[in-house]
Design a protein. Structure first.
Length: 336
């Protein structure tokens, strides 16, 4: 079968490899679509993701597909089922798992990071991380359930009430997801700051954003928000997030910065405003909610997926050779 192997630092190649064997508690998935995200770009460049990827490895932790075979102990799935996969696998015995914080697991493993993922024709996953895709959700949309679930986990760490005004900083795919999620969770006003005017306008016209700020053009963000979600991961936008708060606000630092990155903030303002600054890591217990949001129509991701790639185009995309891409998915054996 065909697989895109990461063989070393910035070294990817489509190769023929053997079909994976299915263990008793595993499901074999014929990949339909596999999303490409910033974590893949980091792993490609030798940086850490949720866990370390050791080449040779097949990346692709955002996946959808059709069950091709099940292990002898599998009870909830059968051949032909449409599925998506939560890549994160917890040991369930470490201190963090036993105290209800599995995302901090000391021995985290992940499909598409520590074991082969969706950038291949078929991949395996433990039954416990496989989910049925609702009938009215396309496999193309289901391929991005994992990034949705990461955003949903971030939402669960915050407290919401309808009177709040929320600001999302970042007009990339994750920022656009948060725009819709904040509305789905009942926040009455959602504003968006970014640097691409076309995307800002699109979110205002199609997803109900109240105010937009193009910071590349010098638009000033008022210090008037109860909830600020930073979805970029750069020092300047992290500082903007703190500065955009009113008293009693919550700030979600969702964007992933470089491992040695820092940013500045006025600690007296944190004290005086009684701010809550929250981090968010991966996606525990969030797939059911994510699929429900897709099935209900409260979350519409199809307009946000801008590009379909073949396996042989992924490296060019990770190198930035394909121009402006909002969200890319790899069509491996795409079907619905």
């Amino acid at each position: 079968m065909k697989a895109l192997l990461l063989n070393g630092l910035k070294d990817m190649e489509v190769e023929d490899i053997d079909m994976p064997e299915v263990k008793p508690d595993e499901v074999l998935v014929k990949t339909a679509y596999a999303g490409v995200c910033g974590t893949d770009r980091a792993l490609y460049a030798g940086l850490p993701g949720s866990a370390d990827a050791v080449p040779p490895i097949v990346l692709g932790h955002e996946n959808s597909g059709v069950v091709a075979k099940v292990g002898k102990n599998v009870t909830e799935f059968k051949e032909g089922d449409r599925v998506t996969v939560d890549p994160n696998i917890y040991d369930e015995t470490c201190f963090y798992c036993r105290t209800g914080r599995p995302e901090l697991c000391d021995n985290l493993s992940a499909v598409g990071v520590t074991r082969n993922g969706g950038f291949e024709d078929y991949f395996t996953a433990p039954e416990k991380v496989v989910y049925h895709v609702p009938d009215d959700v396309s496999l193309r949309a289901a391929a991005v359930t994992e990034p949705i679930s990461c955003a949903v986990h971030g939402m669960k760490l915050l407290k919401f009430t309808p009177y709040q005004k929320a600001l999302v900083i970042g007009d990339g795919f994750m920022g656009e997801l948060f725009v819709q999620l904040l509305q789905a969770y009942g926040v009455h006003q959602v504003d968006l700051a970014g640097i691409v005017q076309e995307k800002l306008d699109f979110n205002k016209e199609h997803f109900g954003v109240t105010n937009i700020y193009n910071t590349a053009k010098g638009d000033q963000i008022p210090a008037d928000y109860d909830v600020v979600i930073e979805a970029v991961g750069m020092p300047q936008t992290q500082e903007q997030a703190i500065e955009a708060t009113r008293k009693g606000a919550q700030v979600m630092m969702f964007g992933v910065g470089k491992p040695n990155q820092t940013f500045s903030m006025n600690t007296y303002e944190v004290f005086k405003k009684q701010l809550t600054i929250q981090g968010s890591f991966i996606n525990p217990h969030a797939f059911e909610d994510s699929l429900a949001l897709l099935a209900s129509g409260k979350l519409d991701v199809e307009p946000l997926i801008s590009t379909e790639l073949g396996l042989d185009q992924v490296q060019d995309y990770l190198e930035g050779k394909l121009g402006q891409v909002s969200k890319a998915v790899v069509k491996v054996n795409g079907e619905d």
